[in-house]
Design a protein around this ligand. Structure first.
Ligand code: CTP
Length: 422
Protein backbone atom coordinates (compact mmCIF):
# COMPACT_ATOMS: atom_id res chain seq x y z
CA UNK A 1 0.00 0.00 0.00
CA UNK A 2 1.37 3.39 -0.93
CA UNK A 3 0.29 6.98 -0.45
CA UNK A 4 -0.13 8.46 -3.90
CA UNK A 5 -0.59 12.18 -4.43
CA UNK A 6 -2.41 12.64 -7.72
CA UNK A 7 -2.21 16.03 -9.41
CA UNK A 8 -4.86 16.63 -12.06
CA UNK A 9 -4.34 19.53 -14.45
CA UNK A 10 -6.51 20.99 -17.18
CA UNK A 11 -6.99 18.50 -19.97
CA UNK A 12 -10.00 16.70 -21.32
CA UNK A 13 -8.21 13.47 -20.38
CA UNK A 14 -8.92 14.30 -16.72
CA UNK A 15 -11.78 11.80 -16.87
CA UNK A 16 -9.20 9.03 -17.23
CA UNK A 17 -7.61 9.99 -13.92
CA UNK A 18 -10.86 9.00 -12.23
CA UNK A 19 -10.30 5.50 -13.57
CA UNK A 20 -6.71 5.64 -12.31
CA UNK A 21 -8.02 6.48 -8.83
CA UNK A 22 -10.47 3.62 -9.01
CA UNK A 23 -7.74 1.14 -10.01
CA UNK A 24 -5.24 2.47 -7.48
CA UNK A 25 -7.65 2.39 -4.56
CA UNK A 26 -8.87 -1.08 -5.59
CA UNK A 27 -5.20 -2.16 -5.49
CA UNK A 28 -5.04 -0.93 -1.88
CA UNK A 29 -3.29 2.41 -2.38
CA UNK A 30 -4.33 5.57 -0.53
CA UNK A 31 -4.85 8.47 -2.94
CA UNK A 32 -5.22 12.18 -2.31
CA UNK A 33 -5.98 14.55 -5.15
CA UNK A 34 -4.84 18.05 -5.95
CA UNK A 35 -6.89 19.59 -8.71
CA UNK A 36 -5.84 22.69 -10.63
CA UNK A 37 -8.36 25.31 -11.62
CA UNK A 38 -8.13 24.04 -15.19
CA UNK A 39 -8.58 20.42 -14.08
CA UNK A 40 -11.71 21.37 -12.12
CA UNK A 41 -13.28 22.68 -15.33
CA UNK A 42 -13.24 19.12 -16.69
CA UNK A 43 -13.96 16.99 -13.60
CA UNK A 44 -15.37 18.34 -10.34
CA UNK A 45 -13.67 17.75 -6.99
CA UNK A 46 -16.65 15.76 -5.70
CA UNK A 47 -15.97 12.92 -8.15
CA UNK A 48 -12.41 12.57 -6.86
CA UNK A 49 -13.51 13.01 -3.25
CA UNK A 50 -16.07 10.26 -3.72
CA UNK A 51 -13.57 7.80 -5.18
CA UNK A 52 -10.66 8.57 -2.84
CA UNK A 53 -12.79 9.02 0.27
CA UNK A 54 -10.74 12.13 1.12
CA UNK A 55 -11.10 15.87 0.56
CA UNK A 56 -9.68 17.34 -2.63
CA UNK A 57 -7.49 20.43 -2.49
CA UNK A 58 -7.04 23.07 -5.13
CA UNK A 59 -5.57 26.35 -3.91
CA UNK A 60 -2.32 26.96 -2.05
CA UNK A 61 -4.32 28.57 0.75
CA UNK A 62 -6.98 25.84 0.96
CA UNK A 63 -7.15 24.40 4.44
CA UNK A 64 -6.92 20.63 4.45
CA UNK A 65 -9.60 19.24 6.76
CA UNK A 66 -7.45 16.11 7.00
CA UNK A 67 -4.22 17.96 7.88
CA UNK A 68 -2.23 16.14 5.19
CA UNK A 69 -3.38 12.64 6.17
CA UNK A 70 -4.12 9.93 3.61
CA UNK A 71 -7.02 7.47 3.70
CA UNK A 72 -6.11 4.78 6.21
CA UNK A 73 -3.85 7.12 8.25
CA UNK A 74 -5.02 8.23 11.65
CA UNK A 75 -6.52 11.58 10.69
CA UNK A 76 -4.65 14.43 12.25
CA UNK A 77 -5.87 15.58 15.66
CA UNK A 78 -6.32 19.19 14.68
CA UNK A 79 -3.96 20.54 17.33
CA UNK A 80 -1.40 21.37 14.70
CA UNK A 81 -2.23 22.80 11.30
CA UNK A 82 0.54 21.80 8.92
CA UNK A 83 1.10 23.80 5.76
CA UNK A 84 -1.29 21.93 3.44
CA UNK A 85 0.84 21.62 0.34
CA UNK A 86 3.92 20.54 2.26
CA UNK A 87 2.14 17.97 4.40
CA UNK A 88 0.36 16.27 1.50
CA UNK A 89 3.45 16.14 -0.66
CA UNK A 90 5.84 15.17 2.11
CA UNK A 91 3.69 12.28 3.23
CA UNK A 92 3.25 10.96 -0.30
CA UNK A 93 5.31 7.96 -1.37
CA UNK A 94 5.00 9.24 -4.91
CA UNK A 95 3.36 12.05 -6.84
CA UNK A 96 1.73 11.44 -10.20
CA UNK A 97 0.49 14.29 -12.36
CA UNK A 98 -2.08 12.82 -14.75
CA UNK A 99 -3.05 14.40 -17.00
CA UNK A 100 -0.13 16.80 -17.20
CA UNK A 101 -1.14 19.53 -19.65
CA UNK A 102 1.40 21.40 -21.79
CA UNK A 103 0.98 24.36 -19.43
CA UNK A 104 1.51 22.25 -16.30
CA UNK A 105 4.64 20.70 -17.85
CA UNK A 106 6.02 24.13 -18.70
CA UNK A 107 5.38 25.39 -15.17
CA UNK A 108 6.91 22.28 -13.62
CA UNK A 109 9.95 22.43 -15.90
CA UNK A 110 10.68 25.97 -14.77
CA UNK A 111 10.00 25.39 -11.08
CA UNK A 112 7.01 27.72 -10.83
CA UNK A 113 4.96 27.34 -7.68
CA UNK A 114 1.89 29.30 -8.69
CA UNK A 115 -0.75 26.82 -7.59
CA UNK A 116 -1.02 23.90 -5.20
CA UNK A 117 -0.09 21.27 -7.83
CA UNK A 118 3.17 22.93 -8.87
CA UNK A 119 4.02 23.83 -5.27
CA UNK A 120 3.50 20.25 -4.10
CA UNK A 121 5.57 18.95 -7.04
CA UNK A 122 8.58 20.89 -5.72
CA UNK A 123 8.39 18.81 -2.56
CA UNK A 124 7.13 15.40 -3.72
CA UNK A 125 9.51 12.62 -4.69
CA UNK A 126 9.52 10.60 -6.88
CA UNK A 127 7.52 12.47 -9.47
CA UNK A 128 5.82 10.94 -12.51
CA UNK A 129 4.22 13.07 -15.21
CA UNK A 130 1.69 11.68 -17.65
CA UNK A 131 1.34 14.23 -20.47
CA UNK A 132 -1.90 14.61 -22.42
CA UNK A 133 -2.40 17.15 -25.17
CA UNK A 134 -2.87 17.70 -28.86
CA UNK A 135 -0.10 16.00 -30.88
CA UNK A 136 1.20 19.29 -32.32
CA UNK A 137 1.49 20.71 -28.83
CA UNK A 138 3.32 17.54 -27.72
CA UNK A 139 5.74 17.68 -30.66
CA UNK A 140 6.39 21.42 -30.26
CA UNK A 141 10.02 22.17 -29.51
CA UNK A 142 9.06 24.08 -26.36
CA UNK A 143 7.17 21.11 -24.89
CA UNK A 144 9.94 18.69 -25.87
CA UNK A 145 12.57 20.94 -24.31
CA UNK A 146 10.51 21.14 -21.11
CA UNK A 147 10.14 17.36 -21.02
CA UNK A 148 13.89 16.91 -21.58
CA UNK A 149 14.60 19.34 -18.72
CA UNK A 150 12.31 17.40 -16.40
CA UNK A 151 13.77 14.04 -17.45
CA UNK A 152 17.23 15.38 -16.81
CA UNK A 153 16.14 16.05 -13.24
CA UNK A 154 15.00 12.48 -12.82
CA UNK A 155 11.30 13.03 -13.36
CA UNK A 156 9.70 9.94 -14.88
CA UNK A 157 7.61 10.65 -17.98
CA UNK A 158 4.73 8.31 -18.86
CA UNK A 159 4.90 8.65 -22.63
CA UNK A 160 1.59 9.72 -24.18
CA UNK A 161 0.06 7.15 -26.49
CA UNK A 162 -0.85 7.29 -30.16
CA UNK A 163 -4.39 7.34 -31.41
CA UNK A 164 -7.46 9.49 -31.76
CA UNK A 165 -7.29 12.81 -29.96
CA UNK A 166 -10.04 14.94 -28.49
CA UNK A 167 -10.18 17.43 -31.38
CA UNK A 168 -12.55 16.19 -34.05
CA UNK A 169 -10.85 14.11 -36.72
CA UNK A 170 -7.39 14.46 -35.20
CA UNK A 171 -5.06 11.62 -34.36
CA UNK A 172 -1.43 11.39 -33.29
CA UNK A 173 0.71 11.14 -30.19
CA UNK A 174 -0.73 12.93 -27.19
CA UNK A 175 -3.25 10.63 -25.55
CA UNK A 176 -2.87 10.18 -21.82
CA UNK A 177 -1.29 6.80 -21.03
CA UNK A 178 -3.95 4.27 -20.07
CA UNK A 179 -4.87 4.19 -16.35
CA UNK A 180 -3.70 0.55 -15.98
CA UNK A 181 -0.38 1.48 -17.59
CA UNK A 182 -0.04 4.40 -15.17
CA UNK A 183 -0.70 2.21 -12.18
CA UNK A 184 1.90 -0.31 -13.42
CA UNK A 185 4.42 2.52 -13.82
CA UNK A 186 3.63 3.88 -10.36
CA UNK A 187 4.11 0.43 -8.83
CA UNK A 188 7.34 -0.18 -10.76
CA UNK A 189 8.67 3.18 -9.64
CA UNK A 190 7.73 2.44 -6.04
CA UNK A 191 9.25 -1.03 -6.21
CA UNK A 192 12.59 0.49 -7.04
CA UNK A 193 13.04 -0.06 -10.77
CA UNK A 194 12.19 3.53 -11.55
CA UNK A 195 13.88 4.85 -8.45
CA UNK A 196 17.11 3.17 -9.50
CA UNK A 197 16.62 4.69 -12.93
CA UNK A 198 16.10 8.16 -11.48
CA UNK A 199 19.13 7.80 -9.29
CA UNK A 200 21.27 6.71 -12.21
CA UNK A 201 19.80 9.45 -14.40
CA UNK A 202 20.85 12.00 -11.82
CA UNK A 203 24.26 10.54 -11.11
CA UNK A 204 24.88 9.57 -14.71
CA UNK A 205 25.04 5.84 -15.41
CA UNK A 206 26.99 3.99 -18.07
CA UNK A 207 24.80 5.40 -20.84
CA UNK A 208 25.54 9.11 -20.57
CA UNK A 209 27.11 10.20 -23.85
CA UNK A 210 27.14 6.64 -25.24
CA UNK A 211 25.75 5.81 -28.67
CA UNK A 212 22.83 3.42 -28.30
CA UNK A 213 21.28 1.94 -31.44
CA UNK A 214 17.88 0.27 -31.19
CA UNK A 215 16.09 -1.54 -33.99
CA UNK A 216 12.32 -1.63 -33.69
CA UNK A 217 9.23 -2.79 -35.53
CA UNK A 218 8.91 -5.53 -38.11
CA UNK A 219 10.46 -5.86 -41.55
CA UNK A 220 8.40 -6.19 -44.72
CA UNK A 221 9.57 -8.28 -47.64
CA UNK A 222 8.02 -7.20 -50.91
CA UNK A 223 6.17 -9.69 -53.10
CA UNK A 224 5.19 -7.12 -55.71
CA UNK A 225 4.55 -3.39 -55.82
CA UNK A 226 1.72 -3.57 -53.27
CA UNK A 227 2.09 -6.84 -51.32
CA UNK A 228 4.58 -7.92 -48.75
CA UNK A 229 5.32 -10.55 -46.12
CA UNK A 230 5.33 -8.87 -42.72
CA UNK A 231 4.72 -9.52 -39.06
CA UNK A 232 2.72 -8.13 -36.16
CA UNK A 233 5.45 -6.18 -34.42
CA UNK A 234 4.34 -2.59 -33.65
CA UNK A 235 7.73 -1.28 -32.56
CA UNK A 236 6.45 -0.20 -29.13
CA UNK A 237 9.10 -2.13 -27.20
CA UNK A 238 11.94 -0.78 -29.34
CA UNK A 239 10.63 2.79 -29.13
CA UNK A 240 10.33 2.44 -25.33
CA UNK A 241 13.97 1.29 -25.22
CA UNK A 242 15.08 4.20 -27.38
CA UNK A 243 13.20 6.69 -25.17
CA UNK A 244 14.55 5.13 -21.98
CA UNK A 245 18.14 5.27 -23.29
CA UNK A 246 17.68 8.90 -24.37
CA UNK A 247 16.31 9.75 -20.92
CA UNK A 248 19.55 8.38 -19.46
CA UNK A 249 21.64 10.74 -21.51
CA UNK A 250 22.58 8.40 -24.39
CA UNK A 251 22.80 9.53 -28.02
CA UNK A 252 20.19 7.30 -29.56
CA UNK A 253 19.63 6.05 -33.11
CA UNK A 254 16.33 4.31 -33.76
CA UNK A 255 16.23 2.01 -36.78
CA UNK A 256 12.50 1.91 -37.37
CA UNK A 257 11.18 -0.92 -39.51
CA UNK A 258 7.63 0.13 -40.40
CA UNK A 259 6.94 1.77 -37.07
CA UNK A 260 3.85 3.97 -36.89
CA UNK A 261 4.79 5.49 -33.53
CA UNK A 262 6.53 8.81 -33.03
CA UNK A 263 9.79 9.07 -31.11
CA UNK A 264 11.17 12.09 -29.24
CA UNK A 265 12.93 14.58 -31.48
CA UNK A 266 16.28 14.08 -29.73
CA UNK A 267 16.32 10.52 -31.10
CA UNK A 268 17.81 10.07 -34.59
CA UNK A 269 15.33 7.99 -36.54
CA UNK A 270 16.16 6.02 -39.66
CA UNK A 271 13.20 4.37 -41.36
CA UNK A 272 13.74 1.07 -43.14
CA UNK A 273 11.44 -1.47 -44.70
CA UNK A 274 13.12 -4.80 -45.45
CA UNK A 275 15.64 -7.03 -43.66
CA UNK A 276 18.26 -6.03 -46.20
CA UNK A 277 17.68 -2.31 -45.62
CA UNK A 278 17.78 -2.94 -41.89
CA UNK A 279 21.08 -4.75 -42.31
CA UNK A 280 22.61 -1.80 -44.21
CA UNK A 281 21.35 0.76 -41.71
CA UNK A 282 22.47 -1.42 -38.78
CA UNK A 283 25.99 -1.85 -40.11
CA UNK A 284 26.35 1.87 -40.70
CA UNK A 285 25.08 2.76 -37.22
CA UNK A 286 27.02 -0.04 -35.54
CA UNK A 287 30.32 1.52 -36.63
CA UNK A 288 29.97 4.09 -33.83
CA UNK A 289 27.61 2.19 -31.49
CA UNK A 290 28.44 1.27 -27.94
CA UNK A 291 25.24 -0.67 -27.36
CA UNK A 292 23.07 -2.26 -30.06
CA UNK A 293 19.65 -3.57 -29.10
CA UNK A 294 17.90 -5.60 -31.76
CA UNK A 295 14.24 -5.41 -30.86
CA UNK A 296 13.01 -5.59 -34.45
CA UNK A 297 11.22 -8.69 -35.66
CA UNK A 298 13.25 -9.47 -38.76
CA UNK A 299 11.90 -11.69 -41.52
CA UNK A 300 13.98 -14.83 -41.92
CA UNK A 301 12.90 -15.29 -45.54
CA UNK A 302 11.95 -13.05 -48.43
CA UNK A 303 10.45 -13.79 -51.85
CA UNK A 304 13.25 -14.62 -54.29
CA UNK A 305 12.25 -11.70 -56.50
CA UNK A 306 9.87 -8.75 -56.50
CA UNK A 307 7.29 -8.86 -59.30
CA UNK A 308 6.94 -5.67 -61.35
CA UNK A 309 3.71 -3.80 -60.68
CA UNK A 310 0.82 -5.66 -59.09
CA UNK A 311 0.70 -9.40 -59.73
CA UNK A 312 -2.51 -10.58 -61.41
CA UNK A 313 -4.19 -13.90 -60.85
CA UNK A 314 -4.70 -16.06 -63.91
CA UNK A 315 -8.07 -17.46 -64.90
CA UNK A 316 -8.56 -20.82 -63.14
CA UNK A 317 -5.50 -20.39 -60.95
CA UNK A 318 -6.29 -22.10 -57.63
CA UNK A 319 -2.83 -22.26 -56.11
CA UNK A 320 0.28 -20.18 -56.22
CA UNK A 321 3.65 -20.87 -54.66
CA UNK A 322 6.19 -18.34 -53.63
CA UNK A 323 9.83 -19.28 -53.46
CA UNK A 324 11.44 -17.78 -50.41
CA UNK A 325 15.14 -17.29 -49.79
CA UNK A 326 16.94 -16.53 -46.53
CA UNK A 327 17.53 -12.98 -45.43
CA UNK A 328 20.74 -11.98 -43.67
CA UNK A 329 20.85 -12.51 -39.90
CA UNK A 330 21.49 -8.89 -39.01
CA UNK A 331 22.56 -9.24 -35.40
CA UNK A 332 24.71 -12.32 -36.01
CA UNK A 333 26.48 -10.33 -38.72
CA UNK A 334 27.14 -7.44 -36.32
CA UNK A 335 28.39 -9.85 -33.68
CA UNK A 336 30.92 -11.27 -36.14
CA UNK A 337 32.40 -7.83 -36.80
CA UNK A 338 32.20 -6.20 -33.40
CA UNK A 339 34.96 -4.24 -31.72
CA UNK A 340 35.93 -4.99 -28.11
CA UNK A 341 33.58 -3.19 -25.74
CA UNK A 342 30.57 -3.12 -28.06
CA UNK A 343 27.55 -4.70 -26.39
CA UNK A 344 24.89 -6.59 -28.36
CA UNK A 345 21.44 -7.40 -27.05
CA UNK A 346 18.86 -9.47 -28.92
CA UNK A 347 15.20 -10.27 -28.45
CA UNK A 348 13.56 -13.64 -28.75
CA UNK A 349 9.80 -13.80 -29.06
CA UNK A 350 9.11 -17.44 -28.31
CA UNK A 351 5.92 -19.40 -28.08
CA UNK A 352 5.10 -21.41 -24.96
CA UNK A 353 7.21 -24.03 -23.21
CA UNK A 354 10.94 -24.09 -23.84
CA UNK A 355 11.07 -20.31 -24.46
CA UNK A 356 14.07 -19.79 -22.19
CA UNK A 357 16.03 -22.67 -23.73
CA UNK A 358 15.41 -21.32 -27.22
CA UNK A 359 16.49 -17.89 -25.99
CA UNK A 360 19.71 -19.16 -24.45
CA UNK A 361 20.46 -21.11 -27.61
CA UNK A 362 20.12 -17.87 -29.66
CA UNK A 363 22.34 -16.02 -27.19
CA UNK A 364 25.22 -18.42 -27.89
CA UNK A 365 24.48 -19.05 -31.56
CA UNK A 366 24.39 -15.32 -32.41
CA UNK A 367 27.22 -14.34 -30.05
CA UNK A 368 25.19 -11.89 -27.94
CA UNK A 369 25.76 -10.43 -24.47
CA UNK A 370 22.11 -10.67 -23.48
CA UNK A 371 18.83 -11.77 -24.97
CA UNK A 372 15.41 -10.63 -23.85
CA UNK A 373 12.95 -13.50 -24.00
CA UNK A 374 9.20 -13.06 -24.02
CA UNK A 375 6.46 -15.60 -24.40
CA UNK A 376 4.21 -14.44 -27.21
CA UNK A 377 1.65 -17.16 -26.50
CA UNK A 378 0.39 -14.83 -23.74
CA UNK A 379 -1.78 -12.34 -25.64
CA UNK A 380 -1.78 -9.76 -22.83
CA UNK A 381 1.89 -9.05 -23.50
CA UNK A 382 4.15 -8.85 -26.50
CA UNK A 383 3.13 -7.78 -29.99
CA UNK A 384 1.23 -4.49 -30.06
CA UNK A 385 0.21 -4.58 -26.39
CA UNK A 386 1.06 -1.83 -23.94
CA UNK A 387 2.64 -4.21 -21.47
CA UNK A 388 5.36 -6.80 -21.52
CA UNK A 389 6.85 -9.39 -19.22
CA UNK A 390 10.26 -10.79 -20.05
CA UNK A 391 13.26 -12.72 -18.83
CA UNK A 392 16.65 -11.18 -19.53
CA UNK A 393 19.05 -14.03 -20.27
CA UNK A 394 22.69 -13.13 -19.68
CA UNK A 395 25.75 -15.38 -19.96
CA UNK A 396 25.75 -16.18 -16.24
CA UNK A 397 22.18 -15.59 -15.07
CA UNK A 398 18.56 -14.99 -15.86
CA UNK A 399 16.69 -11.92 -14.65
CA UNK A 400 12.88 -12.11 -14.70
CA UNK A 401 11.18 -8.74 -15.22
CA UNK A 402 7.57 -8.72 -13.94
CA UNK A 403 4.69 -7.55 -16.11
CA UNK A 404 4.70 -3.79 -16.55
CA UNK A 405 4.52 -1.04 -19.11
CA UNK A 406 6.95 -1.43 -21.98
CA UNK A 407 8.79 1.63 -20.68
CA UNK A 408 9.24 0.02 -17.25
CA UNK A 409 10.49 -3.17 -18.92
CA UNK A 410 12.82 -1.08 -21.10
CA UNK A 411 14.28 0.53 -17.99
CA UNK A 412 14.78 -2.86 -16.36
CA UNK A 413 16.62 -4.06 -19.50
CA UNK A 414 18.87 -0.99 -19.50
CA UNK A 415 19.56 -1.48 -15.79
CA UNK A 416 20.96 -4.93 -16.66
CA UNK A 417 22.83 -4.18 -19.86
CA UNK A 418 24.26 -0.69 -19.22
CA UNK A 419 26.79 -2.06 -16.67
CA UNK A 420 28.11 -4.46 -19.38
CA UNK A 421 29.54 -1.38 -21.14
CA UNK A 422 32.11 -1.12 -18.35
N1 CTP B 1 17.42 -11.17 -35.97
C1 CTP B 1 18.22 -10.54 -36.91
N2 CTP B 1 18.16 -10.88 -38.22
C2 CTP B 1 17.34 -11.86 -38.65
C3 CTP B 1 16.51 -12.55 -37.71
C4 CTP B 1 16.58 -12.16 -36.38
O1 CTP B 1 18.96 -9.63 -36.51
N3 CTP B 1 17.30 -12.18 -39.95
C5 CTP B 1 17.51 -10.78 -34.56
C6 CTP B 1 16.22 -10.24 -33.98
O2 CTP B 1 16.16 -8.83 -34.06
C7 CTP B 1 16.32 -10.69 -32.53
C8 CTP B 1 17.11 -11.97 -32.60
O3 CTP B 1 17.81 -11.95 -33.84
O4 CTP B 1 17.06 -9.77 -31.75
C9 CTP B 1 16.28 -13.21 -32.50
O5 CTP B 1 15.25 -13.16 -33.46
P1 CTP B 1 14.45 -14.44 -33.84
O6 CTP B 1 13.55 -14.14 -35.00
O7 CTP B 1 13.84 -15.02 -32.63
O8 CTP B 1 15.68 -15.34 -34.31
P2 CTP B 1 15.81 -16.42 -35.38
O9 CTP B 1 17.25 -16.74 -35.49
O10 CTP B 1 15.13 -15.97 -36.63
O11 CTP B 1 15.04 -17.62 -34.67
P3 CTP B 1 14.11 -18.81 -35.14
O12 CTP B 1 15.05 -19.94 -35.21
O13 CTP B 1 13.14 -18.89 -33.99
O14 CTP B 1 13.52 -18.44 -36.45
Amino acid sequence: MARILLGVSGSIAAYKSLEFVRLATAAGHAVRVVLTEGGARFIGPDSFAGLTGAPVLSGVFDEDPWNGAYPGDDTADGSHRPIGHLALAERADLMLVAPASANAIARLAHGLADDLLTTAALVAEPLILAPAMNDRMWRHAATQANVALLRGRGVVIAEPGEGRLASKGEAGQGRLAEPAELLALVEQTLSGVGIADRATALLGDGLVGRHVVVSAGGTREAIDAVRFIGNRSSGRMGVALAEAAAARGARVTLLAANVGLAASPEITRIDVESAEQLQQASEAAFATADLFISAAAVADFRPDGVADGKMKKQAGEEQRSLTLVRTPDVIAGLSAQRRPGQVLVGFAAEHGAGALDYGRDKLTRKGLDAIVVNDVSDTAIGFDSAENEVVIVLADREVPVPRGSKRAVADAILDEVAPLLG
